[in-house]
Design a protein around this ligand. Structure first.
Ligand SMILES: Cc1ncc(COP(=O)(O)O)c(C=O)c1O
Length: 431
């Protein structure tokens, strides 16, 4: 059993100054308590007690090249020395935008922000302005950040969710404005007939349909064949803006995101996480005729810290490496190997795991279902059992995200993946 004594003391100290001892809701859930980390290198992370972990969280996704990639660090150090923020333009920002425009199918014009939440917020504001319509359609269990307008429809148990055909918009947080349920209409994912029905009756109120192209945040559920194209066609028919939230799928499933992988081009798309190796930058990309409203200042998008020099250079350097080394296909191969090894380990010890997702990221969990298609079906996952699995893995030096998502980086070697599979085999056997 590893000792977490130093982390425990630091966490107790942190609880006296930080709300809940952390700076993000998602960092609270770690047994026996949140750990403090001192450094990360490649696929490994070390905590304050000196425990080393093989890391499959990638800091919730951004570290697609692994921790502390030397080429990125050098570029960022040089950029930091040259200046941090100019309240003005710089060449790296222009070069990054040109590179993204070349890679992403829908990217005719772009704007940078700091986080995925901000860029999603800008996308929805822009969609309302483009259409003059007040509401948007979102899908149960998809995550589009923590801002007010998307903090409805992301959570909830079966009893709260109500009928599939007319779900109750469940609030994720206290403190949301009164009118918030009127902003978003919610439907289960992967059911085109329901979307068709809703747009036929209320299409003229709906500015946008926003979706993760793979439901990464709950079960890593792939779209049913034809579902994304169906959304594309329905949005075109009813004059709604189609938004792909590619904060997880972007640069990981393909350089041009899931829109390239599935061959379906949205009107607007949001990217974050994987393109800057952990430095804060996100991007809203979209059709010129829509983004024009931002260009003309009719739709306001701003931010003091946007496109800072070090983060921009981190993104530019990361993307050049991703392209040069064809990292999405590397991740796919590694991820498939890991996913199949874990499935096999589960079968061998009589603890079958359902594994879903394309490889660069996938979800693992215990469910009696052979396949999970939407958020309601993800509620069949045995979460307490998976929490025990995660704790057992951590005790043996493998760090996982508690809710079942696994991220694979370019820094994971075949030996790392085989170690994870062998460790999972032992932990599954012990459950
Ligand atoms: C699909 C998706 N959209 C948006 C966000 C929000 O991004 P951020 O945490 O950078 O605000 C996330 C974060 O996990 C995400 O997974």
């Amino acid at each position: 059993m590893p000792s977490y004594d130093k982390s425990r003391l630091l966490h107790e100290r942190a609880c006296r100054v930080l709300a809940g001892g952390v700076s993000s809701e998602f960092r609270k859930f770690n047994a026996p308590h949140p750990l403090f980390y001192t450094h990360g290198q490649g696929a490994r992370l070390t905590d304050a007690d000196g425990n080393e972990f093989l890391d499959f969280t990638l800091s919730q996704g951004p570290l697609v090249l692994g921790h502390s990639h030397p080429e990125v660090l050098e570029a960022v150090a040089a950029a930091s020395r040259a200046g941090q923020l100019f309240a003005g333009q710089h060449l790296a920002e222009l070069e990054l935008a040109e590179l993204l425009q070349r890679l992403i199918p829908c990217a005719e014009l772009l704007r940078f922000s700091l986080s995925g939440s901000e860029a999603d917020h800008a996308a929805l504001r822009l969609a309302r302005a483009v259409t003059g319509r007040p509401r948007f359609l979102r899908f149960e269990g998809h995550y589009h950040g923590w801002f007010d307008n998307v903090s409805v429809g992301v959570s909830g148990g079966l009893a709260e969710l109500g009928p599939r055909e007319q779900p109750t918009p469940v609030r994720w947080s206290a403190g949301l404005p009164d009118h918030i349920e009127n902003e978003s209409l919610v439907l289960p994912w992967n059911d085109l007939a329901l979307v068709e029905q809703l747009l036929a009756t209320r299409g003229n109120e709906i500015a946008a349909v926003i979706t993760e192209p793979i439901m990464c945040n709950n079960g890593c559920v792939p779209p049913e064949p034809g579902f994304l194209q169906g959304l594309r066609d329905l949005c075109t028919r009813h004059g709604c803006v189609l938004i792909f939230d590619e904060v997880i799928t972007g640069f990981r499933t393909a350089l041009g995101g899931a829109q390239q992988l599935f061959g379906v081009t949205p009107d607007l798309a949001v990217f974050g996480k994987a393109f800057a190796s952990g430095y804060p930058i996100s991007v809203l990309a979209g059709r010129r005729e829509f983004m024009r409203l931002i260009a003309e200042g009719k739709v306001i998008h701003a931010g003091t810290m946007n496109s800072g020099n070090p983060a921009t250079v981190a993104a530019l350097t990361t993307l050049r490496i991703l392209e040069r080394e064809q990292i999405p296909s590397v991740l796919r191969e590694k991820g498939e190997h890991l996913r199949e090894g874990l499935a096999d380990a589960g079968r061998r010890v009589g603890r079958p795991l359902l594994l879903q997702g394309p490889g660069p990221m996938f979800h693992a969990g215990f469910t009696p279902l052979a396949r999970v298609r939407d958020y309601r079906e993800t509620l069949s996952y045995d979460k307490p059992l998976y929490a025990r699995f995660v704790t057992g893995m951590q005790e043996r030096g493998i760090r996982l995200i508690g809710r079942g998502l696994w991220y694979v980086s370019a820094a994971h070697t075949s030996a790392d993946l085989d170690l994870a599979i062998a460790t999972a085999h032992d932990v599954l056997k012990s459950l």
